[in-house]
Design a protein around this ligand. Structure first.
Ligand code: ZN
Ligand code: ZN
Length: 222
């Protein structure tokens, strides 16, 4: 497929700190024409499992849900996207890499230069072998910090992903990754990430999405 399939590679649901349940996130992704949806709740595959169930129950053709998890490792946040949800995770990045290899998962450094979220930063230079790709555009991160991530990805020869890091459904798909594969399966998605047959598409959340995100942030703190 020449134009590539659209993938949201980073989002949250009520299974961690997101506002909307997996079912609503799936519907939103479908409405926005996303082919793949990696649900990446913090330290759990629960959101992804529920999202897969929602797609089935509603009989939707799209999106294909990629079981994901944003693992807070001892070095910072890492997106782990897998063929199937894992029953356990590891906080040590090297142990996590072993687990990823055993289970057909890819590891992506999330917002590596974020100054707000725990991020791996220059650790990607120290242990590049741990990462299949680098999130070079995170729609909630400051653009100059994303640029730094993109520069390092280029230097290290790593594929780059873009994702919304949505915590409210309005943000879903505000940035996405094009995946060059003919087949809309989880396996082909993972294979394309590994081979670097992907392209990050930068984007920012709409004003409505930004306001919804802020409102959710305030509500969560009360
Ligand atoms: Zn994060
Ligand atoms: Zn996140």
């Amino acid at each position: 497929m020449d134009e590539g399939l659209k993938a949201e590679t980073h989002c949250h649901t009520t299974s961690s700190d997101g506002r909307h349940p997996p079912d609503q996130v799936v519907l939103e992704a479908n409405k926005k024409g996303l082919d793949f949806l990696a649900v990446t709740d913090h330290n759990t595959f629960r959101g992804a499992v529920l999202a897969q169930r929602a797609v089935k129950l509603r009989g939707l053709e799209k999106p294909v849900v990629i079981p994901g998890n944003e693992v807070r490792t001892t070095k910072g946040d890492v997106l782990v996207l897998c063929e199937k949800p894992l029953s356990k995770i590891k906080k040590d990045p090297w142990d996590l890499r072993d687990l990823a290899d055993e289970n057909n998962c890819v590891m992506i450094a999330a917002h590596p230069y974020s100054i707000i979220e725990p991020a791996v930063g220059d650790f990607i230079r120290e242990a590049p072998e741990l990462f299949d790709a680098i999130e070079v555009w995170n729609a909630t991160n400051l653009p100059f910090l994303n640029s730094k991530a993109a520069r390092v990805a280029r230097e290290l020869g790593k594929p780059g992903t873009a994702g919304s890091d949505a915590h409210v459904k309005e943000e879903i798909g505000s940035a996405y990754t094009l995946v060059y594969t003919d087949e809309g399966s989880v396996e082909s998605f993972l294979e394309a990430v590994r081979k670097g047959d992907i392209r990050p598409v930068k984007g920012l959340p709409s004003l409505t999405a930004v306001l919804a995100h802020l409102a959710w942030g305030v509500k969560r703190r009360i």
